[in-house]
Design a protein around this ligand. Sequence first.
Ligand code: F6P
Length: 358
Amino acid sequence: MKRIGMLTSGGDCQALNATMRGVVKGLCNTYKNVEIYGFLEGYKGLIRNNYKLLKAEDFSGILTKGGTILGSSRQPFKLMGVPTEDGINKVKAMKETYKKLKLDCLVVLGGNGSQKTANLLSEEGLNVIGLPKTIDNDLWGTDMTFGFQSAVDIATAAIDCIHTTAASHNRVFIVEIMGHKVGHITLHAGIAGGADVILLPEIPYDIKSVCKALDKRSEQGKGFSIIAVAEGAISKEDAALPKKKRKEKIANRPYPSVAYEIADQIKDSCGCEVRVAVPGHTQRGGGPDAYDRVLSSRFGAYAAGLIKDEKYGRLVVLKDNDVTDIPLEESAGKLKYVSPDDSIVQNARALGISFGDE
Ligand code: F6P
């Protein structure tokens, strides 16, 4: 008999269910009796001992289902040392739940912050395995997270739809894509959707360079342009500010988001007609694409193998197309950014895509 705790933590994404299904299928192939304690709403469920006792059958038919059958919530790592409103010591409570239910292992499906907490619990002596979730693909140590490709597909489809209407009306369109700190989705969807300008948090832009790229398109007789902007795109001017000032300036910006600010600046400088489209949380919605179904199934099966081998304190990752594992502590606290030196950025520049920086 194996008693496995499982939770999905942080912002949801496609393939959370597919990954849990992979774990459970892998376990059921090895063990006759498996009990899954599915904690509800992420770490909240583990803190409050709030769970559903699930059987293998509960994981049937969910390969293609979006969201998470367990629910999710954000429980910031930096607040793990702060008691809940009703005075519960979170870390102590999580350990108590684990011990009370006599779990053999806790499987955490989560992104950067959630894996930091997974590492903390591992350091506290629990058997923990992490699975790399996030549409942002910013988890350090893995080439790919599940959810990313599905989100890229949705963001690309949004740019595709904008393309036709932008061309009909000879407009500049800004499509704002998810990613506050990192621009992987914007970079990939921007290239896939044929964007003319791509603005990322990692490559600060100068609005004059953006306008230069738009003018160049007009000179070439192109009546419309598409700009893919990450939520966290930042101007060179703002990037040069001290962190506190920068945060204040961005928080007090008189626009709903960066895309609207850039739209106004382009209208002022280039005098062209500009529209903004924000696909928002649709990028996290719906079921996983085929790539994510395969990736998450592989990740899940691999995690089951780690449980069988009693190899804990590990994060399952994809490296050079192989599924493998690294210590949780190796990834904890680090983000995987787009580097301006990445070959994909160089390839995009070679295609004539502007990053608004030169
Ligand atoms: O972590 C993924 C992410 O989708 C980011 O790209 C996005 O900025 C953020 O979550 C939005 O999350 P929420 O609205 O759920 O707080």
